[in-house]
Design a protein around this ligand. Sequence first.
Ligand SMILES: NC(=O)c1ccc[n+]([C@@H]2O[C@H](COP(=O)([O-])OP(=O)(O)OC[C@H]3O[C@@H](n4cnc5c(N)ncnc54)[C@H](OP(=O)(O)O)[C@@H]3O)[C@@H](O)[C@H]2O)c1
Length: 241
Amino acid sequence: MALDKEHVLVVGGSSGIGLGVAQALLEQGANVTLVGRTEQKLRAAKERLEAGDRVSTIAADVTDENQVRAVFERCGAIDHLVITRGAVPLNAPIAALDLDAARSFIDLMVVSALALAKHAVPRLRRGGSITFTSGISKDKVGPGGSVVAAVAGAMGFVARALAVELAPTRVNVVSPGWVETPMWDEIAGAAKQQMWSDMGTRLPAGRVAKPADIAKAYTFLLGSELTTGIVLDIDGGHRLI
Ligand SMILES: NC(=O)c1ccc[n+]([C@@H]2O[C@H](COP(=O)([O-])OP(=O)(O)OC[C@H]3O[C@@H](n4cnc5c(N)ncnc54)[C@H](OP(=O)(O)O)[C@@H]3O)[C@@H](O)[C@H]2O)c1
């Protein structure tokens, strides 16, 4: 199997895209360690993955550098780092933007990615990989979207710089369009199914993604030894409409 016995740390692996990535990695023979803040969500994810001791969990808030350091002390050597943690996008017109909320969102989405890369380096196999997550907000901009565009856009440039700095370790980004994940309960509540269905009819691909669709992009990047410094858009053509 492509990733036989490789150890992958999935930050955000207890839900949504990260959980889909963990499932796909297990199917390719990898062992995974899931990181999230909530013990109960981590326990539920481990049960759902049904892979016994091939799945470990560590509870940590990755906006706190001490907790990031502790994650890498606990997890030991890794072959790959995947980062899918995230929160509901911050949308606000610039005239009404709460700068403390903007700082917190940038801290979660950009600074924590830097902290994870920083503390991963001593534990990460040379020639392994780091994969960040961006999103369609870098491409489909609109009123209220300045902060999400900033964080989603930033990750491609972070990856390009680190791909050179950390070579031969590879550093890439996956950029999904809309994905059917629990985050949408907060974004749209009961309207989510209708929104996914309406978007599906507009998308060239004909439907909104499920986590398993997006997971294929991460497993490709982990295994592709000549791919580094790229942003892989997997959005059903959302950028084009
Ligand atoms: N879903 C979409 O349509 C979509 C589209 C484009 C891009 N994305 C991006 O994809 C990423 C994943 O989204 P998703 O939909 O899979 O979200 P999700 O289902 O809500 O999962 C988010 C994960 O991040 C963890 N997390 C959140 N804050 C954390 C923190 N401070 N420290 C450690 N872990 C933390 C959560 O666990 P805890 O809550 O227990 O911490 C959970 O495991 C996000 O960056 C999002 O912006 C999503």
